[in-house]
Design a protein around this ligand. Structure first.
Ligand SMILES: Cc1cc2nc3c(=O)[nH]c(=O)nc-3n(C[C@H](O)[C@H](O)[C@H](O)COP(=O)(O)OP(=O)(O)OC[C@H]3O[C@@H](n4cnc5c(N)ncnc54)[C@H](O)[C@@H]3O)c2cc1C
Length: 426
């Protein structure tokens, strides 16, 4: 009987010989040593690229989850790498700790989020991997190895963002912060104003991001700042309802683009502003039900507005089928060798395409714009780059590859897709 696996969007499928869920690091080590290769680890399968695809073995860490220990004095928590972010939030809240920042959803496993440099938004806030204090991995020989920031900083920087190819993370210790509250505000403004005031608006808040609604000329800006005020009700979100409306207008008015634009603009201008205060774990994540495929590139911060203007122009001139809002965020620089934020203040621009349709023509047309600005692709989102392109974008590429060879001398974690990314002859 063959096994089948697919990612969240359904774009990537695999028929591995084995799908396994080890119960502890010892069993995980045995699998890495003996299971049919290549051995690829899956978190929640929310990446859009074939990172997890394997015709050998896919290893899920769903049984390796939960809190191992914590240190209240330093706001540190050690957790098993299969822990989903949604569970992690509640574990941390229960011990008086909080994640400093989060992305749009809480479905990912922490190992998977670390693996692709998953991030939220905020000019001084790093992606999840910047919180790493220790990592425990099972290497390509099935041996458990542990690295600490205090004594093995290079190994933390090499293995913190590693695409499941530098060993399997079994446990990680994260540096968190004390629980906190955020005041979150949302409002709509013309995209021309947003692009003009980009730097001021994106740096005036602890966290700021915005969505551009295609064919509307308007953006929705979201700002979050620390607050000690009493909590208020978070307005009920209707992102799914808004998407349905945008899709209906796209489909129903395909031959009347000016009416489509007028109706979308009218609807967006009427979206009410929001202003509420909530505990950190009730603010960041949203529900995403409508399936899509996504490309996100991380650009030098200052190039964000120019690149976005070109992406909007491309979309509105040539891709009338697009209706998902584009998401624009900022991320603080870090020192992790395969982090797309390596030593660069970043503006991240994400474009989305309905999972029911072929995303590739749109993605292929947009990618040269991102690349022109020296963009580094999100590891978990669609891109076409291979080792020769990537090497030029990552100053510590060769060092990272040397560490990878040491951790995985027999290429147990190297699938054909990974071989292309890393330039390994398979
Ligand atoms: C609806 C949606 C919303 C999203 N929002 C955001 C967002 O706001 N910000 C953002 O940056 N990204 C976002 N993403 C992308 C997503 O966060 C990343 O693709 C992330 O890697 C997915 O986590 P996962 O647990 O599903 O990992 P998977 O996709 O299963 O795996 C990702 C990579 O991590 C590796 N991996 C998994 N577990 C381990 C482990 N224990 N040890 C070593 N390697 C491991 C895998 O081998 C693979 O290479 C979103 C994706 C979707 C579908």
């Amino acid at each position: 009987m063959s096994n089948s696996w697919s990612n969240w969007s359904g774009f990537v499928t695999a028929s591995p010989k084995l799908i396994a869920s080890p119960a502890d690091a010892g069993e995980l080590g045995d699998l890495v040593r003996t299971a049919p290769g290549p051995v690829r680890v899956v978190g929640a399968g929310h990446s859009f690229t074939p990172l997890v695809k394997s015709e050998g073995t896919i290893v899920s860490l769903e049984k390796l989850e939960g809190l191992v220990s914590h240190d209240s004095a330093n706001n540190r928590a050690r957790v098993r790498a299969g822990t989903r972010l949604g569970a992690l939030m509640h574990i941390l809240q229960g011990i008086g700790q909080g994640l400093p920042n989060m992305g749009d959803i809480d479905r990912q496993a922490i190992g998977g989020a670390l693996g692709t440099a998953t991030h939220g938004s905020g000019p001084t806030l790093g992606a999840y991997h910047t919180q790493l204090e220790t990592v425990q991995i099972v290497d390509g020989l099935g041996k458990i190895r542990e690295f600490k920031r205090s004594s093995d900083q290079d190994m933390i920087h090499a293995t913190g963002v590693a695409l499941g190819a530098f060993g399997v993370l079994s446990e990680v210790t994260m540096n968190n912060i004390a629980t906190y509250r955020l005041r979150r505000r949302k409002w709509v403004l013309p995209i021309a104003d947003m692009l003009r005031d980009f730097e001021t608006m994106m740096t005036a808040h602890r966290s700021a991001e915005f969505y551009y609604i295609p064919f509307s000329g308007y953006a929705q800006f979201i700002a979050s700042d620390l607050s000690e005020a009493a909590t208020t009700t978070r307005p009920t979100e209707d992102d799914e309802g808004s998407l349905r409306t945008l899709r209906r207008l796209r489909t129903g008015l395909a031959w009347l683009p000016s009416l489509r634009r007028a109706l979308i603009t009218g609807a967006v201008k009427k979206v009410p502003a929001e202003d509420y205060v909530q505990d950190w774990l009730n603010v960041y994540a949203s529900d995403r039900q409508t399936r899509f495929n996504e490309m996100e590139y991380h650009l030098p911060f200052e190039d964000g507005p120019k690149a976005l203007a070109e992406i909007i122009d491309l979309t509105e001139k040539r891709f009338p089928e697009v209706y998902f809002p584009m998401e624009v965020r900022s991320v603080a620089p870090d020192r992790f060798w395969l982090s797309p934020f390596y030593e660069r203040p970043t503006c991240s621009i994400a474009i989305h395409h309905d999972a029911a349709n072929d995303p590739l023509p749109f993605m292929r047309a947009a990618e040269p714009i991102f690349r022109k600005y020296g963009g580094r692709p999100h590891w978990g989102k669609m891109h076409s780059l291979k080792a020769d392109d990537l090497k030029k974008l990552y100053p510590r590429w060769d060092d990272a590859m040397a560490v990878r060879r040491d951790i995985d001398p027999h290429n147990r974690f190297i699938s054909p897709y990974m071989a292309g990314l890393f330039g390994i002859q398979s």
